[in-house]
Design a protein around this ligand. Structure first.
Ligand code: PGA
Length: 251
């Protein structure tokens, strides 16, 4: 049985004061969150310690990125062992913004997945096609290629610590979400491909999140789909009422 996972990706937003206020205000709603939903906050790395110190049992923490190195002379970088020492459980890897703006390659992302796994952090591996690729009916082959490059070197046991987030690039931050049918079709495809490579048991246990303009209005219909096991939420996770409503839809 896969429990529903809702991750709020704050990206590069909020001052420390605003970040703490958001957590405190979400806490007021936490008693209404469905017990079956796992809630994860991914604030800017700079705030992970402050938010971890609040010791709120209703959520876990994710980082938005990490280095593929464990330590060393890499100015400005944050490593998976550092995240682990801050009670971080998950790390988003391969978000389309990192692939595009920071030129992160498939090989680098595979190395980041490895860094997470060897340090006890669960990677949330993002994949998804551009609008042009969907229009040209290349979305399945694009996503399959991302999975092959980023994850297919793992063992089935390692895969059990991975979460996948399908985020069609054209739906991120645009208000233009994939329909539940479009999203579920891709999720089913992803699970089938993982099943052929890693075996049915590993694929059935894997959580595949949808991301891309998830809102209080569309969360319930997306999360009701058979192969959608949660949501990676960007913009709406910055607003208490919206994010709480999305978590509420995860029953
Ligand atoms: P969005 O972002 O919900 O604002 O579309 C999702 C994401 O980038 O993870």
């Amino acid at each position: 049985m896969r429990n529903t996972l809702v991750i709020g990706n704050w990206k590069m937003n909020k001052t420390l004061e605003e970040a703490v206020e958001l957590v405190v205000r979400l806490k007021e709603k936490a008693t209404d969150f469905p017990p079956s939903a796992e809630v994860v906050l991914a604030p800017p790395a700079l705030y992970l310690a402050s938010i971890a110190m609040l010791e709120e049992p209703w959520h876990k923490l994710a980082a938005q990125n990490c280095s593929h190195h464990d330590y060393g002379a890499f100015t400005g970088e944050i490593s998976a062992p550092m995240l682990k020492s801050m009670a971080v459980d998950y790390c988003i890897i391969g978000h389309s913004e990192r692939r595009t703006y920071f030129h992160e390659t498939d090989a680098l992302l595979a190395a980041k997945v490895d860094a997470c796994l060897r340090n006890g952090i669960q990677p949330v591996f993002c994949c998804g096609e551009q609008l042009k690729q969907r229009k040209e009916r290349e979305h399945f082959v694009t996503v399959l290629n991302q999975l092959q490059q980023g994850l297919f070197h793992l063992t089935p046991a390692q895969l059990s610590d991975v979460v996948i987030a399908y985020e069609p690039v054209w739906a991120i931050g645009t208000g233009q979400t994939a329909s539940p049918e479009e999203a579920n079709e891709m999720h089913t495809f992803i699970r089938q491909q993982l099943s052929s490579h890693f075996g049915e048991v590993a694929a059935n246990d894997l959580r595949i999140l949808y991301g891309g303009s998830v809102s209080a209005g569309n969360a319930a219909s997306l999360l009701a789909c058979s192969d959608i096991d949660g949501a990676l939420v960007g913009g709406a996770s910055l607003h208490v009422r919206d994010f709480a409503a999305i978590i509420g839809a995860a029953s």
